[in-house]
Write a protein that binds this ligand. Structure first.
Ligand code: ADP
Length: 472
């Protein structure tokens, strides 16, 4: 019962279902720009929440002094100290410490979570400054990267709308996040001012802008995906009369929740969504981010194994959801050895499919390629959608009113990028970079640069703290 023909049919159908010709990508670009407008026009006007961040002046490079940052939002919790020299790109020193978040805290109480955060911070400061009484009493400014959907009320305060990524601490939903941190730090006797509350995209944009003033947007491709960008306040219609000294404000798109009928969706995506704890939510993220890519691949090969015996018995490890993590998928996708030894190893050790012949190994690589290529190309369309909204895609933007002439001088645009999926998975990164050029055309694409910002989410929070000096 080999049924190889059936398997190939499943692959072909899947490939067709995931097809992203440039015409379709351009429709996605338009849909992103349109949804951005809708989300800015009214609260709940789009699946894109387009949240205000109250970050109106991005770091200029003039920031000077020592600032701290705390970064909560993924698997790790990070503490850092950043020393700024007062000139663009002069980060004199930056110390980072990374701690895994104890599992039980994900579902504990806000008190336990913030007590943990404050203790870690206290230890960090004490080690850093040898714990002398004098230095402990000194006032510090801190930026807090809190990568969950927050309704900001100022640059340093905001209300938690909901938890994501496995956190469930009900007593905190609807509460002021900055205050919780401020109180926990005070309880530890620390003289710290929470000067900025940002999410990871905003931190990344801040670091990007610190290095390069042409940085207009930031995108994260990690476990999840999200983007933010600099918008003109007069375009934020849902917030009439919003005034900032710069005339602009960073908007957190929460783009993981983007949806459009132009997205190439397959039955595997539909089933993945239905089986998830948040059905009908985060549709774009479920096609793009690191949390899901390996799982989509697994679902396709489960289907193949149900129709044939090329993967051996059906009840192997293959039937365990999320067993094929995206970093493993990347390793087998990028296996360059002539006999695909890494692919064979993953099949044997992780999926418990021993002795897979060469054509089965190749098939698996093929499925990975389809999944990652689609993800990267849609991600590229998302980025170009932002550029289109702000008139940086060479077409003049859909709100400009005036039609721009083709010979209008294009401004340089930089998009800051962070996240393990982009930085570690070169096939994803290459497909994404190529697609940006394909969608924009070579001419226009010359003016667009994607730049990786390592540790951007944390360092950027310290920078936002530094560029928002206290008024007292
Ligand atoms: P966060 O969990 O805060 O998003 P990262 O930005 O470091 O943290 O992203 C980690 C995610 O990136 C992982 O969950 C995984 O999906 C993806 N990732 C990490 N390493 C690799 C890799 N080598 N290949 C593919 N994806 C990777």
């Amino acid at each position: 019962r080999r049924k190889w023909g059936r398997v190939l049919r499943i692959l072909k159908e899947f490939e067709e279902g995931c097809d992203t010709p440039v015409g379709r990508l351009k429709q996605v670009v338009d849909a992103v720009a349109v949804e951005m407008h809708a989300g800015l026009a009214s609260e709940g006007g789009s699946k894109l929440r387009m949240l205000l961040t109250f970050v109106d002046n991005l770091p200029s490079g003039k920031e000077k002094g020592t600032y701290y940052a705390l970064d909560l939002g993924g698997t790790y919790f990070r503490v850092m100290r950043v020393q700024l020299g007062g000139q663009r790109s002069s980060i004199l020193a930056h110390d980072v410490e990374r701690y895994p978040i104890p599992e039980h805290l994900l579902t504990s109480s806000s008190e336990d979570l913030f007590d943990f955060i404050a203790s870690v911070f206290k230890q960090f400061v004490e080690r850093d400054e040898n714990g002398s009484e004098r230095s402990l009493g000194k006032r510090r400014d801190l930026g807090f990267t809190f990568s969950f959907p927050v309704k900001q009320t100022s640059v340093s305060s905001g209300i938690l709308m909901k938890w994501t990524k496995g956190f469930v601490i009900e007593d905190m939903v609807g509460k002021e996040v900055g205050e919780y941190l401020q109180e926990a730090l005070m309880k530890k006797g620390l003289n710290v001012r929470v000067a900025a509350l940002v999410n990871d995209t905003v931190g990344t944009l801040a670091l990007g802008h610190y290095h390069d003033a042409d940085t207009v947007a930031a995108v994260i491709f990690g476990t999840g995906t999200n983007a933010c960008y600099l918008e003109r306040t007069d375009a934020i219609i849902k917030c009439q009369g919003l005034l900032t000294t710069s005339g602009g404000m960073v908007v957190n798109m929460e783009w993981g929740n983007f949806w459009s009928s132009h997205l190439p969706r397959t039955t595997y995506d539909v089933e993945l969504d239905a089986d998830s704890p948040n059905p009908n939510d985060q549709g774009f993220e479920k096609m793009i981010s690191g949390m899901y890519l390996g799982e989509i691949v697994r679902r396709v090969i489960v289907r193949m194994s149900l129709e044939s015996d090329i993967f051996g018995a059906v009840f192997s490890k293959l039937s365990t959801p999320f067993i094929l993590r995206t970093p493993i998928m990347a390793a087998l996708h990028e296996d360059n050895s002539p006999d695909l030894a890494e692919v064979a190893r993953v099949l044997k050790d992780i999926l418990e499919v021993p002795d897979a012949p060469m054509k089965v190994r190749k098939l698996l690589v093929n499925v990975c390629d389809v999944v990652t290529r689609r993800a990267a190309r849609l991600a590229a369309a998302g980025i170009v959608g932002i550029l289109k909204k702000i008139g940086r895609d060479g077409s003049g933007g859909i709100t400009s009113g005036r039609s721009s002439r083709a010979d209008t001088k294009m401004r340089r645009s930089v998009v800051a990028v962070e996240g393990g999926l982009y930085t570690n998975y070169s096939m994803f990164r290459n497909y994404l970079n190529e697609s940006v050029v394909e969608i924009l055309g070579e001419e226009v694409a010359q003016h667009v640069t994607l730049k990786v910002m390592d540790d951007g989410s944390g360092i950027g929070a310290a920078l936002v703290a530094a560029s928002n000096p206290s008024r007292d």
